[in-house]
Each structure stands twice: as structure tokens, then as C-alpha cells.
Design a protein around this ligand. Structure first.
Ligand SMILES: NCc1[nH]cc(CCC(=O)O)c1CC(=O)O
Length: 319
């Protein structure tokens, strides 16, 4: 008997459809089963309010998770940075595939880089994290910029620049790669300037925890280093009691001696959105070999950041 197609739940945005389409092809190749995309509309897709006002990026996730638990779809693909830090017991994070470029990038008019922008340039972003770090960099380097809150999908955001409403917008490299618009980037922002969101560039493949066979099949897509890194980053976020849209950046990467991977470094930042204050620290440790070791790395850095005053900079608390 021919098995029915696997149903993959996805948001309707171009980015989500691109991400889900790529995962669908891989899952179909690995399992030998066809995969059909089931489009789900989330509250985050329909609301026009700023994310901080509607509960952070978790609003992109809830409807997909409801569809999973209701048996409407078999598995779902999320942008990992949009997932709340607490993983529900009845949902398995079956795979975190190899991470794409985690950096933030600038798309500016006239091909300009960040430091080439004119005094008073208006830069659009919906992320308090990006605002805090760009404003801090500008303060420290004598640049005069204005960060402008924006919402919308990738096309809408880039459109603000094309229409002349903004001088530049900031987006994630990973999203632009996946929708085929990476060539429009005018400046790849160093992570020393703008630390990415915890989990940025990574995907999360979820299914019902009760579906053990599908959980095991999807685990084939997991990249252990990526999973360890994003687990440490999200552990930091959780330990700071911050929500997905708090002004918190984090990045875990591997430190190697030649070809030999020696340690994992975790960097974290939290800041006031006007850039007046940033708490930015890092820690290193053995490459986590277990989930708990990755969690511990994040908690360790969070404790150091809280001791340096991070709590007062959180703005939006975990919801
Ligand atoms: N909710 C916005 C969102 N969620 C994930 C990505 C980028 C893709 C990724 O981080 O994997 C984006 C767009 C952006 O930040 O520019």
C-alpha cells in the first residue's frame, strides 16, 4: 500500500515557503516519501503591530504548533530564532540542520555600507537587538543615525529603501540567501558590531513527540554542532528571562587550532535600544557533548551578564 504524503506545516511568507520547500526536498529524499506543504496563517503574519507589543516572535509559531498537535500536519519548519525558549513536552525538536550565515546585513540605497551612510540616515529594523547595537556603534564612532521601527516580510522591508522612505534596512543574511536576494546586500555586518539573535540562521524541525518513527527519521537532518550552539544561545536568552524580541544577541561558535576543534565560545549582548548602554561578555568551554552541557554554558554567561547589570536593560521580559 502506498503511504500518504507527509504533511509539512509552514507559514505562508516567501521565506517560510522557501525554507520549508528546501526541507521538504531533503526529507523526501531521506524517507522516500512525498512531502506536501500545508500553509498555516499565524497571528504574527496577520498582525501589523510591532512584535514587542504582540508577544515577540512566538506569535509566528503558535498556529503551526496547534496544527501539529491537532494532527493537521505531521511536522513543521520554523526559523529557530522565532521559537520561544521553552520547548513543550509534547513537541519534539527533531532536527536543527546545519546553520546558514547567522550575520545581520544592511541593504542601503546607492550601494552604501553602514559607515558610508550620510549623517542622519534613517535605518529600518523591527528588532530592538539590532537598534541597540547599531545605535551603540554609531555613538562610539561619531555616526549620526536614526533607527526606525518597521514590520513586514522581506519584500516589504527592502521596498522601504527602493521607495526612498528609508536609507537602509537591516535583515538576516540567512533569510535573504533562502529567498534568493542575497546579492542586494550592501554590507555584511560583522558580528563584532551586531551580534545576531539567538538561533539566527538556524531552522527548527518539529513534530509531535508521540510520533517516534518520524522523530527518528527527521533526526537525520540534525547537525550536532549547530544544535549545541543554538542550545547554548537560547539557554542564555532563557536565563536572562528574555523573550524572543528582547534586545539580546548571542552567538556560539567553535574555536579551532588548525583543523582540531578545541572549544566553544559563547558571546552575549544586551543593550538599551538607544545604544546608551550595552553589556557584552563572552565565555568559552569544552564543546558541549550533551544538551545539559550546552544549557550550562548559556546559564554561566547569563549569570555573568546579570552581575554586570543586564537585567536593567531587558526592556521586554519573557512573556
Ligand atoms: N521573524 C523574522 C525572521 N525570522 C527568521 C528570519 C531570518 C532567517 C533566520 O534567522 O533563519 C527572519 C527575518 C530577519 O530577521 O531578517
Amino acid at each position: 500500500m502506498t503511504e500518504r504524503a507527509l504533511r509539512l506545516g509552514t507559514r505562508r511568507s516567501k521565506l517560510a515557503m522557501a525554507q520549508s520547500g528546501q526541507v521538504a526536498e531533503t526529507v523526501s529524499r531521506l524517507t522516500g516519501r512525498s512531502v506536501e506543504l500545508v500553509e498555516i496563517t499565524t497571528y504574527g503574519d496577520t498582525s501589523r503591530e510591532q512584535l514587542a507589543q504582540i508577544g515577540g516572535t512566538g506569535v509566528f509559531v503558535t498556529a503551526l504548533r496547534d496544527a501539529l498537535l491537532g494532527g493537521e500536519v505531521d511536522f513543521a519548519v520554523h526559523s529557530l530564532k522565532d521559537l520561544p525558549t521553552a520547548q513543550p513536552d509534547d513537541l519534539a525538536l527533531a532536527a536543527v540542520p546545519l546553520r546558514a550565515d547567522p550575520r545581520d546585513v544592511l541593504i542601503a540605497r546607492d550601494g552604501m555600507t553602514f559607515t558610508e551612510l550620510p549623517s542622519g540616515a534613517r535605518i529600518g529594523t523591527g528588532s530592538p537587538r539590532r537598534m541597540a547595537q547599531l545605535n551603540a556603534y554609531a555613538r562610539n564612532h561619531g555616526l549620526a543615525i536614526e533607527t526606525v521601527p518597521i514590520r513586514g516580510n522581506i519584500d516589504t522591508r527592502i521596498g522601504f529603501v527602493h521607495k526612498g522612505e528609508l536609507d537602509a534596512v537591516v535583515l538576516a543574511a540567512a533569510g535573504l540567501h533562502r529567498v534568493g536576494r542575497i546579492d542586494e546586500v550592501t554590507d555584511f555586518l560583522s558580528v563584532d558590531t551586531v551580534l545576531p539573535a539567538p538561533g539566527q540562521g538556524a531552522l527548527a524541525i518539529e513534530c509531535a513527540a508521540s510520533n517516534a518513527s518520524l522523530t527518528a527519521a527527521l533526526a537525520e537532518l540534525d547537525d550536532p554542532y549547530t544544535r549545541a550552539a543554538v542550545t547554548a544561545e537560547r539557554s542564555l536568552l532563557a536565563a536572562l528571562e528574555a523573550g524572543c524580541s528582547a534586545p539580546v544577541g548571542a552567538l556560539a561558535d567553535l574555536l579551532a587550532d588548525g583543523q582540531i576543534v578545541k572549544e566553544m565560545r559563547l558571546r552575549g549582548v544586551v543593550g538599551a535600544t538607544d545604544g546608551s548602554t550595552l553589556v557584552q561578555l563572552s565565555t568559552t568551554g569544552p564543546v558541549p557533548e550533551t544538551h545539559d552541557q550546552a544549557l550550562a554554558l548559556g546559564r554561566e554567561l547569563a549569570a555573568e551578564m546579570l552581575a554586570k547589570g543586564a537585567a536593567g536593560l531587558m526592556g521586554e521580559r519573557a512573556l
